[in-house]
Design a protein around this ligand. Structure first.
Ligand code: PLP
Length: 249
């Protein structure tokens, strides 16, 4: 079955998503400004992305390097004037590091020290250290499912500490995809998010060099953003609720 176009405009649906975020933050005793909306733009056209930007979006995420590069010219002005951030939220292959560094402002899917070292080395070679180092998050597979990328929860702290010490990278926090709400209970989904928060808190408390900036928790999507916000999400990544259902791959 082909997905039906979602009713309303991108701007209308963004307003609805922002309402959901504000209500969830309020219910959790948090301010709406404590949760940033990242709009996941995979499979969307550059025009659809521009529509979202016109409606006030300042953070987008791409899954595939090819799409990141293809849409880069459309958002180049906003990247150059610093009013847009672009995060890579899909798995990154080593041979694509240069393309990501040229177009993305951050990488949320770091899950190995080898990859981290390769990116850091490239940044150092390009003179990107200190304030211009690449923002990265460690992706954690909180459910332990084989099908998901990310480092296991038991290894996340050690990886984060090692990443934080690399000169070309700035560790900003942790990301997870989480358990699917269909097929697991709300409790299971929430427990995964809580696990990510506990990992972050432990790394922050360690005081290890470079870990002080690791405050972000990127978790929660269209189906479970309320649960993620209840567990402390600082970034929710939303695609379907903004653009409508994606065609099946
Ligand atoms: C597609 C995607 C999202 C958004 O998912 P929706 O359910 O469409 O909101 C978030 N994070 C990642 C890593 C994604 O690939």
């Amino acid at each position: 079955m082909q997905p039906q176009p979602a009713p309303g405009t991108v701007a209308d649906r963004l307003a609805t998503v922002r309402g959901r975020i504000a209500a969830a933050a309020d219910a959790a005793g948090r301010g709406p400004e404590e949760v940033r909306l990242l709009v996941a733009t995979k499979t969307q056209t550059a025009d659809a992305v521009l529509e979202a930007l016109a409606a006030g979006v300042d953070l987008i995420g791409e899954n595939r390097v090819q799409e990141l590069v293809a849409k880069a010219p459309a958002v180049a002005g906003r990247l150059a004037d610093g009013t847009l951030q672009v995060h890579m939220i899909g798995h990154l292959q080593r041979n694509k590091i240069n393309q990501v560094l040229a177009t993305a402002t951050g990488l949320e899917t770091l899950d190995s020290l080898d990859l981290a070292r390769a990116i850091s080395d490239r940044c150092v070679r390009d003179g990107r250290t200190g304030d211009t180092a690449l923002d990265v998050m460690v992706q954690v597979n909180v459910t332990g499912e084989d099908s998901k990328s990310g480092v296991g929860p038991e290894d996340a702290g050690a990886l984060a500490t090692a990443v934080a010490a690399l000169p070309g990278l700035r560790l900003t926090g942790f990301m997870t995809i989480g358990a699917r709400l269909e097929g697991s209970s709300e409790q299971t989904v929430r427990a995964g998010f809580a696990r990510l928060r506990a990992i972050r808190d432990e790394v922050l408390a360690s005081g290890a060099p470079g870990t002080g900036s690791a405050t972000e928790l990127s978790m929660g999507m269209t189906g479970d953003l309320e649960l993620a916000i209840a567990e402390g999400a600082t970034i929710v990544r939303v695609g379907t609720a903004v653009f409508g259902p994606r065609p099946a791959p």
